[in-house]
Design a protein around this ligand. Structure first.
Ligand code: 8X3
Length: 243
């Protein structure tokens, strides 16, 4: 049985991806900080829950030490903090966004690459964002991090040319998960406004794209999947039935 590691698997896209991978026959190792939530997800969908904070090198090391082999790595842990203009940028939020979205992906990939190569048919899927492809007001800390992540993804594909490892960027637009609640520091009313009057993607819509890329024949590399709701043309260009 092939092993798949999914980070940020306690909710949202990560949990939905773990569920779909388990249903596709993978032995799934789920990583996230919230171990109670993670164990509940693993119990529901199958798989092994291990504590993981991708921003902590020691946590990454302890996690990877418990993973004996790995064919698929889904770097899903990430997120946005705030929507302030550059003029009001908060160093700590910017640092945290770079750490989780970019360095976290690098740490997990670097640590698991030997297993991915040794598997003879490895695959790294990085969950990017349309924020890696465009910019928008107030988004600079997050868009800069996701642009950087895309640069890492594309560099990795260059560096692994000739090795049995595929590299995919999955770049979603508006997905209704805890993403906006985290971005707005728990302000549920403000988070709900992001999706008001439109039909956002679900976490499972994105998981389906991730698993599509993974389940292509091993000589087929899906470089990038950009997926947005029909109601969204750009990050901040959204059709709303109520306005
Ligand atoms: C989430 C999409 O538009 O909020 O990654 O940046 S957006």
């Amino acid at each position: 049985m092939k092993t798949a590691v999914v980070t940020g698997a306690s909710s949202g896209i990560g949990a939905a991806t773990a569920c779909r991978l388990a249903a596709s026959g993978y032995d799934v190792v789920l990583g996230a900080r919230r171990i109670d939530r993670l164990e509940a997800v693993a119990a529901e969908f199958g798989g092994r829950a291990l504590p993981l904070d991708v921003t902590d090198p020691g946590s990454v090391e302890a996690f990877v030490a418990q993973v004996e082999d790995c064919s698929v790595l889904v770097n899903n842990a990430g997120g946005a903090l705030g929507l302030e203009p550059v003029a009001e940028a908060d160093d700590e939020k910017w640092r945290a966004m770079y750490d989780v979205n970019v360095l976290g992906t690098m740490r997990m990939t670097r640590a698991l690459l030997p297993h991915l190569v040794a598997s003879g048919d490895g695959h790294v899927v990085n969950v990017g964002s349309i924020a890696g492809l465009e910019t928008y007001d107030g988004g600079a800390g997050y868009t800069a991090a996701k642009h950087a992540l895309l640069a890492v993804t594309e560099t990795l594909r260059l560096e692994l040319l000739g090795q049995p490892v595929r590299v995919t960027d999955v770049a979603p637009g508006a997905v209704e998960t805890e993403f906006s609640i985290v971005r707005f520091a728990g302000d549920e009313a403000r988070a709900a406004k992001v999706y008001e009057g439109m039909t956002p993607l679900t976490a499972d819509d994105v998981a389906e794209c991730i698993v599509f890329a993974i389940t292509r024949p091993s000589h087929v590399n899906i470089d990038q999947i950009v997926v947005k709701p029909r109601d969204q043309a750009r990050a901040q260009r959204v059709y709303r039935s109520n306005s």
